[in-house]
Structure formats: structure tokens, C-alpha cells
Design a protein around this ligand. Structure first.
Ligand SMILES: [Mg+2]
Length: 234
């Protein structure tokens, strides 16, 4: 049938586009149109420059960042940890042996995010005090603080050691830390970063989790009406 259509097209060259498309339908769900492209959720997108402008004339303050998928693309360590400690489940996330590895060197394989570089640089320029508050489990020793300070060129005067808030189900451990440290802006990729910030009356700003992160499903950025930084997936 297809050969016949092509032969017909070559010989007649009239109405061939119609004949060809009618005989070779595209698979379901493939293709787009103006209506589909125009459909957008009312997400409050912001750029790093807009955040900077919003802070002009504000005195130095404490600001906080989540770590995984916010400032570091750390999936390589989590990928390795799952294979090593619990290939068939997420049990590795409860295994202190995994956190010993992750918090003591595996961030050498974590890629700093460009959006985080720009944000941290702007807060250093403003003289803000920078906190990192993570859901990672605490370990006896850690090199994450040093790695972050080196990756993002944070002067000692602006840097605070990483706060390991832990991640117990049913409670948001980050909220109290945000209150205690009087953090005015908190950046994160996860829903619980946004809810913690709002509960602590800090300004919640979302960073996009990279689509190849091992942490699935991807959250719905902007779902709480929070600001979402453009191009922050890397
Ligand atoms: Mg995160």
C-alpha cells in the first residue's frame, strides 16, 4: 500500500501530501499545536537578577539553601548508594553506612548547579550569612561544608556549617532550623522546602530539580504560589 502511494505520488505529484499523511498516521500523543503550546500554568517565574533587585536597600540577612537538587546535582552519589546498599528499595536512605559515604566524600561526584552559583554569588556580594539546611542524616564527620564552600567560593565570613536536619516522615525538620537561624529566604527544590519556608515565614523560592535526578517524581514547581527561578534545573 505504501509503495503504491509513493509510486502514485511520483507519477501524479498532486494531492500527495494528503495521501501520504492519510496512509502513515503518527503515533498517539506525538505532535503539538498552537493551543497546546499556549497553555501555561500561572507560575510565578523569576530570574536571579529580579531576586537581586528585590533585595536592594535591604540590610544583610540570613539566607538558606537546601542541598540536594538545589545547589548540588548529587544524584551520582545516591545512585551509587542505592546500588551498593539496597538495589531493590530505598532502604539505603535509612542506612548510616550510606550517609557516612555520602557525607564524607561522595559529593566529589556532585555537580554544582549554575543557578546556585549565581544566587550564592549575589548573597555573598550583599554580605548575607549563608546557611545550608539538608534533610540528609547527620554523621559523626562530614566534608559537605568544605565541598560547598570550595564549589561556591564562599568566604569564611559568610559561611555556616551544614545543618543536617534529618528527614523523619510526618514532620518537617527544616522549619525549626529556619526559625532558629532567622532565615529570611529559603531556596529549595522539594515541596517540603517550600512548606518549611512558609511555616517559618521565610520567603520561599523554588529551584527546579533536574529531570535526570534520581529523586522521583519531579515536584510541581510553583504549586504553592511561590517564586520559581527560571532555568534553574542546572
Ligand atoms: Mg532537595
Amino acid at each position: 500500500m505504501r509503495k503504491f502511494t509513493l509510486a502514485l505520488c511520483l507519477s501524479l505529484s498532486l494531492g500527495c501530501a494528503f495521501v501520504a499523511s492519510a496512509s502513515t498516521p503518527t503515533p498517539d500523543g506525538v505532535g503539538t499545536n498552537a493551543a497546546k503550546l499556549a497553555e501555561q500554568a500561572p507560575v510565578h517565574w523569576v530570574s536571579v537578577a529580579q531576586i537581586e533587585n528585590s533585595l536592594v536597600d535591604r540590610p544583610p540577612m540570613a539566607v538558606g539553601f537546601d542541598i540536594d537538587d538545589t545547589v548540588l546535582f548529587s544524584s551520582p552519589g545516591f545512585w551509587r548508594g542505592k546500588k551498593m546498599f539496597s538495589p531493590d528499595s530505598d532502604e539505603y536512605l535509612k542506612n548510616p553506612a550510606f550517609w557516612e559515604k555520602m557525607n564524607n566524600g561522595w559529593d566529589e561526584f556532585s555537580i554544582p548547579k549554575e543557578a546556585a552559583r549565581a544566587l550564592i554569588a549575589l548573597h555573598i556580594k550583599r554580605g548575607d550569612s549563608i546557611f545550608f539546611i539538608t534533610g540528609r542524616s547527620q554523621t559523626a564527620t562530614e566534608t559537605v561544608s568544605k565541598t560547598l564552600q570550595d564549589d561556591f567560593l564562599i568566604p569564611a565570613a559568610n559561611m555556616n556549617p551544614v545543618i543536617f536536619a534529618g528527614d523523619q516522615p510526618g514532620q518537617n525538620n527544616k522549619t525549626q532550623w529556619l526559625v532558629d537561624k532567622q532565615i529570611k529566604i529559603f531556596y529549595g527544590d522539594s515541596d517540603n522546602d517550600m512548606t518549611a519556608a512558609k511555616a517559618a515565614q521565610a520567603r520561599a523560592i523554588r529551584i527546579l530539580r533536574a529531570s535526570n535526578s534520581t529523586y522521583r517524581p519531579l515536584p510541581q514547581a510553583g504549586a504553592f504560589g511561590e517564586e520559581v527561578i527560571v532555568n534553574s534545573e542546572y
